[in-house]
Design a protein around this ligand. Structure first.
Ligand SMILES: O=C(O)CCC(=O)C(=O)O
Length: 342
């Protein structure tokens, strides 16, 4: 097995993580030299990856993408933001004279970039990613979503949530593959996870948070874990963080110096055996038959190939909340707690 080297043994606080020697609560002040458990090289023993993932609900694949591939993704992200891969609703094509930095700073996140970009699409088929997915999901894997976070300094994070609240599988197989395009740190708003929180298989209540540190998505509440049990998943550019659809995770605002970005591309995958209950049910369809078919098969066989495939989603810009948030059910403005940054 090849896992990254630990330079000094960690001293875990009381931890949610048990089976594989967890590290909840440990803070690394010498990033990137010290690697806690859960960081694996692409040639690591799949059984070790699977054991860590099953116990903790996430793991990091280091060097999942080469520096050249990451540079290519950054270039492509800039072209998407400038409107060169098709105009984004509410965001006319950038003027040639406008700097990339100024254009990129307009976006927190663009959903479904794989719908307009071959470069983004290629990442869902990347060999190290697919190998990791077949290890933790099974031989048959499909992809249904991508999100491109630009997260310029000053942009908000996402409050505690579980991705299966939005993208529901029948077999709890949802996995996010979060590709770091820049080094992600606590300062610039890396991902945080609550290790082991996927195991009960409960979707916790969600509520409006009213907290300006976060964007407009709701926050999971009333779960039996506290923030000091959470772990920051700091990674180098090129690493991929794989996380379970039931794990509680969040990110904080990017507080790095102005003019810097914390870019990441997050692709979501699940088993082909499960129906995908996502989006609006077509009129008259039985709930048990609902199976969203705008998917890409990335490994193995699709037992529902006979249903065919469709193209529904288009690239869309995610609201960052800076102009206020609106309740999508009735259009009312959602109130913030004061002071800002509470
Ligand atoms: O990248 C981030 O800041 C948050 C990502 C996230 O919450 C997700 O992919 O579900």
């Amino acid at each position: 097995m090849t896992t990254a080297t630990l330079e000094s043994p960690p001293t875990p606080k009381p931890s949610l993580v048990t089976a594989t020697g967890g590290f909840a609560g440990i803070r690394r002040d010498s990033f990137p030299k010290v690697r806690p458990p859960g960081y694996f090289a692409p040639d690591a023993d799949p059984a070790a990856i699977k054991a860590f993932y099953q116990a903790n609900g996430y793991f990091v694949l280091e060097n999942g993408f080469t520096p050249d591939e990451i540079e290519g993704l950054k270039r492509e992200a800039t072209l998407i933001c400038r409107g060169e891969r098709g105009e984004l609703e509410g965001h006319p094509k950038a003027l040639p004279a406008e700097s990339d930095e100024s254009v990129l700073s307009r976006f927190l996140c663009i959903h479904f970039p794989h719908k307009c970009s071959e470069v983004m699409l290629a990442t869902v088929h990347s060999r190290p990613t697919v190998d990791a997915l077949t290890t933790i999901i099974g031989p048959n894997v499909k992809c249904m979503q991508s999100m491109l976070f630009m997260k310029a300094s000053g942009k908000p994070g996402q409050a505690w949530h579980q991705d299966e609240d939005y993208i529901a599988t029948r077999d709890r197989s949802l996995v996010g593959a979060w590709i770091a395009m820049d080094r992600a740190t606590v300062e610039n708003g890396c991902l945080w996870v609550m290790p082991g929180s996927h195991r009960p298989g409960i979707l916790w209540e969600q509520r409006w948070h009213g907290d300006r540190r976060f964007d407009c998505a709701e926050q999971s509440v009333n779960f039996p874990y506290t923030d000091d049990q959470a772990v920051p998943v700091e990674v180098e550019a090129g690493s991929v963080v794989f996380f379970n659809g039931y794990i509680l995770h969040r990110s904080l605002p990017n507080r790095a110096p102005a003019g810097t970005f914390r870019r990441s591309l997050v692709n979501h995958f699940m088993s082909c055996e499960s129906h995908l209950a996502w989006g609006k049910m077509p009129e008259g369809e039985h709930i048990a038959h609902h199976d969203f078919r705008d998917v890409i098969i990335v490994a193995g066989q699709d037992p529902y190939a006979w249903k065919g495939y469709t193209q529904v989603h288009k690239p869309q810009v995610r609201a960052s909340g800076e102009g206020g948030c609106i309740k999508w059910t009735d259009g009312t403005k959602l109130p913030y707690k004061e002071p800002a940054d509470a």
